[in-house]
Design a protein. Structure first.
Length: 301
């Protein structure tokens, strides 16, 4: 059972590059590196003492419903959550076995209720919902916490805000920052670069040489944005990091790297939750940047 002992200092905040379900079966050298990076983070989390009482997750696949309008957060209070096979691609013909994947885990509806109350107390409009665990959480966690070393503490899922207001996501992180002193380990799951549109441009090129030219262009854009993002989170002081992260939106590479922002916003939540960290974030593992994707992992202490 999770420890009820409050940590002597705030628990760290993690941002992980979660990838898709191909993370679990691809044999490519790059994917093996991504897998190893996540396994190492899982080992690091399991070594935290005293044990966190819960992992508070924010995912690029759990954005508050548009129906609620702007400025609303959702908290999953369901007991007995199932995992969602919410993949971008249709694998029924190519790899139907992915729809049989499971990931045993612990829920904590009572703690989720506490988190909801905390958010409301921080002045955030928060609604309680009942849903499953999206693949932005269970796919990386399936690697990080395998059957031989399972996660023995519950997860509590909180959404990001719907929409393009990036500063609101940092404020959301700031609203949950104090929970780090109460035994909640915050893990935000997204992608530093996430552009299926750019990948589609490569695939649509009319010839092999045109595809390679497009790939090199997209790869340069992805690397440029990844580099600027790393510089922003490495800054000392929360105010400096906040300013630099919000200024990324002005870059021409921003919309190329994030045509939609839902995979970028968990990183902003993580940065906001680490508002008391005087040092910058530490990159974890071996860097993997592809054309249209970056699998950056970070820890804020």
């Amino acid at each position: 059972m999770p420890s009820a002992i409050a940590p002597a200092r705030p628990l760290p905040v993690y941002f992980i590059g979660h990838a898709g379900v191909g993370l679990l079966f691809s044999e490519s050298p790059q994917n093996r590196i991504v897998q190893d990076n996540l396994r190492a983070i899982g080992e690091e989390i399991r070594a935290i003492t005293p044990r966190p009482k819960a992992i508070l997750t924010f995912s690029g696949h759990f954005e508050a419903g548009e129906i609620h309008g702007p400025g609303v957060i959702e908290v999953n209070v369901k007991r007995g959550t199932y995992i969602q096979h919410d993949f971008v691609n249709d694998f029924h013909d190519t790899r139907p076995s992915v729809y049989e994947y499971e990931w045993p885990h612990l829920d904590a509806p009572e703690l989720a209720q506490d988190v909801w109350k905390h958010l409301v107390g921080q002045g955030i409009k928060a609604k309680r919902v009942e849903r499953g665990v999206d693949h932005g959480v269970w796919v990386p966690f399936k690697l990080m916490f395998p059957p031989e070393a399972p996660l023995d503490i519950p997860i509590v899922q909180v959404s990001t805000f719907h929409g393009d207001d990036l500063e609101s996501q940092i404020r959301l992180g700031e609203a949950v920052a104090s929970l780090r002193n109460e035994g909640y380990l915050i893990v935000a799951s997204g992608m530093a670069v996430h552009s299926f549109a750019s990948i589609g441009e490569i695939q649509a090129a009319p010839s092999e040489s045109a595809r390679e030219s497009a790939r090199q262009k997209v790869l340069a854009e992805s690397r440029a944005f990844d580099t600027r993002l790393r510089a922003a989170v490495a800054l000392r002081g929360a105010a400096e990091r906040r300013k630099a992260l919000l200024e990324l939106e002005r870059l021409p590479e921003f919309r190329r790297s994030h045509p939609t922002v839902e995979h970028f916003t968990p990183l902003l939540v993580a940065a906001g939750a680490a508002r008391d960290a005087q040092e910058g974030a530490s990159p974890l593992g071996t860097d993997v940047v592809e054309a249209g994707m970056s699998y950056l992992n970070l820890r804020f202490d």
